[in-house]
Write a new protein. Structure first.
Length: 497
């Protein structure tokens, strides 16, 4: 079987992709799902545990009302129906990070079901069907040590931290998404991006992919036009928006290569490798019967009061897509310009910068220009570049006040990103403030005139545009710190024009 991957254009010309996404969201409740242990990220291993989340004999769970409310709010924001009656189930399987040897989850009776989320891709609206939104508990965390990859293969020992075990976890499962063609990877990324923004707007989770509070499993299959959908694979725990897109694309290329060579796709889980962008086999995918689901005997069913659900729905915040449309109108951006802001992940950053005092144009210039360039060069998310909206607004205020020009402002921004302090502190410490005092600039102007007599004569004869050359000379002498407008006025004055 060949290992040479076909070109992406060839894949989408010969095959039709079907994708689906299973997203897990850790809720930001103060305590765990079934007990009173704290849910803060970090902490010494196995210090935020108790008999309930460790599954010790005789311990009994009690459902967290705040987690149930948060799940209903997520379901409502995703246009789901809310169950009038549902219950928890035991999902049985053995794995070291499950101290009870089963997970309390929901099976055939989810709390929220049959919804949708609209996303925009290349200016077009794509409706993603939501199969279910259900509530369960998170697992512990296994650390494999002694090997080169951090995985169990090649490790000499494995350590388990149960601090995360029992944290409320919401699983959001889409319906199969056919018909996206070449845009399948972008649709997957757009969906997870929009879902993250929706959940963040609800204030029920910080949805930080780098900390594991938002994790995504990506299902991908290929079929030839007119044929039934192909066998799907599930790429597990993809931990960045960029990687969601890469995982879909990688699996499309790999599966097409296998099918073109006459092979068959195995239904399995796969691991995504950030360094190469490839996926490798995990385990054969279990079916529901393998988990031996049965109703959880220690928990009563959930029957949300319809009046309570109505109150929660009425209190939902403005959804991100509508919020963005309102911002676009306020900022005076075209659809293409707003799409650029969205693609850069800069909507919230620009909004916060404007709230801190900068104009929309200035905020957009910094985030989509210098800061986006740095983020791309270093391979980090724009929000993690090292500059805050408040600092960018302060930087622009120094420009507006004439204390910095654009060139000096970029130098100051370097210091901000490097963690040297606020823009004002960096400007003062480095001595970068624009010099606009005529007394301090006169000597530099006279020196430029004396060094360029031909240009000075042109200016005296009425060719005022030639003053630009002398302005440039003064700027060079003052290392870019002179105020160009003041320099020009001094030159014309000194030459009697």
């Amino acid at each position: 079987m060949t290992t040479t991957l076909p070109a992406y254009d060839e894949v989408v010309a010969r095959f039709e992709p079907v994708i689906g996404l299973e997203t897990h969201v850790e809720l930001g409740t103060n305590t765990k799902m079934w007990c009173g242990c704290p849910t803060d990220f970090g902490g010494e291993p196995n210090t935020r545990v108790c008999p309930v989340c460790l599954g010790l004999p005789g311990s009994l769970p009690v459902a967290n009302k705040a987690a149930i409310e948060a799940t209903i709010r997520i379901g409502l924001a995703l246009n789901c129906s809310i169950a009038e009656w549902c219950r928890f189930a035991r999902k049985n399987y053995f794995y070291p990070d499950m101290p009870k040897n089963f997970q309390i989850s929901q099976y055939d009776e989810p709390l929220c079901f049959d919804g949708y989320l609209d996303v925009e891709v290349n200016g077009e609206l794509v409706r993603i069907g939501i199969e279910r939104v259900h509530l369960e508990e998170d697992t512990g965390k296994t650390l494999h040590v002694g090997g080169a990859t951090g995985r169990i293969h090649g490790a000499t020992e494995s350590l388990v931290d149960y601090n995360r075990a029992g944290i409320p976890l919401v699983e959001i499962v889409t319906k199969p998404i056919p018909g996206t063609g070449a845009l399948a990877p972008e649709v997957a990324r757009a969906y997870v991006t929009e879902l993250r923004d929706v959940i963040r707007s609800l204030g029920v989770s910080d949805v930080r992919m780098e900390e594991g509070s938002l994790r995504c499993d990506v299902n991908t299959s290929l079929n030839r036009p007119g044929e039934e959908w192909g066998t799907r694979t599930e790429t597990k725990n993809v931990n960045s928006l960029r990687s969601v897109e890469r995982a879909v694309r990688s699996e499309m290329l790999r599966q097409a290569s296998v099918l073109e060579a006459g092979g068959r796709i195995t239904q399995e889980t796969r691991h995504f490798h950030e360094d190469t962008g490839d996926t490798t086999p995990g385990r054969s995918k279990e079916t529901a019967t393998d988990y031996r689901y049965f109703p959880e005997p220690d928990l009563v069913p959930i029957a949300p009061d319809p009046a309570w659900v109505a109150e929660l729905k009425a209190a939902l915040p403005e959804l991100p897509r509508l919020h963005r449309r309102r911002l676009q109108e306020a900022w005076g951006l075209s659809d293409a310009d707003m799409q650029s802001v969205l693609n850069a992940g800069a909507v919230e950053l620009i909004e916060q910068t404007v709230a801190a005092g900068a104009s929309p144009a200035a905020a957009r210039k910094w985030w989509l220009g210098e800061l986006s360039r740095r983020a791309n060069e270093t391979g980090v998310e724009l929000a993690d570049i090292g500059a805050t909206p408040a600092q960018v607004a302060e930087l622009q205020s120094l420009v507006d006040a004439g204390k910095l020009n654009d060139k000096l402002a970029r130098t100051v921004l370097e210091g901000v990103v490097a963690g040297e302090g606020s823009p004002t502190e960096i400007m003062t410490a480095r001595g970068l403030e624009v010099v606009s005092d005529t007394g301090a600039l006169t000597a530099a102007v006279d020196e430029a005139i004396a060094a360029n007599p031909d240009i000075a004569d042109k200016i005296r004869s009425g060719k005022v545009a030639a003053a630009g050359a002398l302005v440039g000379a003064v700027m060079k002498t003052t290392r870019g710190q002179a105020d160009a407008k003041t320099v020009r006025e001094l030159i014309l004055s000194r030459l009697g024009v």
